[in-house]
Design a protein around this ligand. Sequence first.
Ligand SMILES: [Zn+2]
Length: 106
Amino acid sequence: MGRMSALSVSAGDRNDGRTAQCWCCGTSEAPDRMVHLGEHPEVHLCLQCAHFVHQRAWAIEDEGKHGPAPFTREQFRKLRAEVVRRGWHQNRSIGGKLRWLGKYLP
Ligand SMILES: [Zn+2]
């Protein structure tokens, strides 16, 4: 998975001792900086993983709407040309999403 930066945030320099571990990536964080599940409050997600889960939810919803491969290769080429035209490929967060999207294309 492409989330190797998640572990670069270390809890070693915190002195308050109140940290919880992310159930997704294992990062330690202050509990009030984490997302808790309603039925299982013992389950913590760091904000990074919560954003990741959110993205996955949109992706799964999209798959439901358009079928498993919403873009053909040609449509993706057009999309990429549009992205370059707008300079989005220089935006780190959008660029990362596009690389992630590329994995699901034929
Ligand atoms: Zn996490």
